[in-house]
Design a protein around this ligand. Structure first.
Ligand code: NAD
Length: 252
């Protein structure tokens, strides 16, 4: 067993499926205890069990929570403390996307997208920071997107705006929290092969995107998870960075 994250207590939001599930498994393989949290209570429970079955231990637990709900987020940090110990690592991965053209985006849909992708990242970070500050140690990794660095391939204006906001929040937190030993970074995936993408793109659309990428394929959740794991390493001098994982689709 690789143990670079031994003694770490990680929370991964949106951990039921896709990249969140891959990140949870990857951190657990590296020795971290992991709370997978998601609004989808049944699936996140199953995902945590699968990780434990695969590793033959009890490194993963599931706690259902909505990242946009202030009280549920506070309770998540508290329950993590009771069940596993003080959180050291927060991966703000929960996200949501609609491909709606701007003229058709209702105020409600705008608010939903901003609230899950951006406000949820703020609420979870705000709740975790006092606990990390007490330990004078923390790692926060925020899931932005190529959308945040440029413009979304498949999502609407609200998604691009929210993911750009995540990058601004990442820089502000990195600057403010560095003195407390809390390092804050963002990951910017391009198109990754998850349900989020498959629910919007058919095979033909996927093939067309793949043909346009220098690496000629979609990314895999595990390939993003490895980068998150790298940023969670206790021995790191990286903060305020945004790391692209996009098969060469966006080079800036
Ligand atoms: N798949 C891609 O191509 C891609 C590219 C760039 C960035 N991203 C981002 O990566 C992250 C993960 O994406 P994915 O492709 O694995 O998506 P996914 O849709 O497969 O998984 C997202 C998870 O977030 C959960 N979630 C949604 N709203 C929530 C809420 N309010 N509270 C808690 N959990 C909630 C969902 O239930 C789901 O399990 C998202 O932030 C997404 O925007 C995805």
């Amino acid at each position: 067993m690789e143990c670079e994250l031994k003694d770490q207590i990680a929370i991964v939001t949106g951990g039921a499926r896709g990249m969140g599930a891959a990140i949870g498994a990857c951190l657990a393989r590296a020795g971290s205890r992991v709370v997978l949290t998601d609004i989808d209570a049944d699936t996140v429970k199953r995902t945590a069990s699968q990780i434990n079955d695969a590793l033959g231990n009890e490194f993963a637990v599931a706690i259902a929570a909505d990242v946009t709900n202030e009280r549920q987020v506070e309770a998540l940090i508290e329950e993590t403390g009771h069940r596993l110990g003080a959180v050291t690592t927060l991966v703000n991965n929960a996200g949501l996307l609609f491909p709606t053209p701007v003229a058709d985006i209702s105020l409600g849909e705008w608010e939903k997208v901003v609230s899950v992708n951006l406000t949820g990242t703020f609420l979870c970070s705000r709740a975790a920071v006092p606990v990390m500050r007490e330990q004078r140690f923390g790692r926060i990794v925020n899931m932005s997107s190529s959308a945040g660095r440029s413009v979304s391939t498949i999502g609407g204006a609200h998604y691009t705006a929210a993911k750009a906001g995540v990058l601004g929040l990442t820089r502000a937190l990195a600057k403010e929290l560095a003195a407390d030993g809390i390092l804050v970074n963002a990951v910017c995936p391009g198109l990754i092969d998850t349900q989020m993408v498959r629910e919007i793109c058919d095979e033909k659309a996927v093939a067309a995107y793949e043909g346009s990428f220098p690496l000629r394929r979609l990314g895999l959740p595990d390939e993003v998870a490895g980068v998150v794991r790298f940023l969670c390493n206790p021995e790191s001098y990286i903060t305020g960075a945004s790391i692209d994982v996009n098969g060469g689709d966006l080079m800036i």
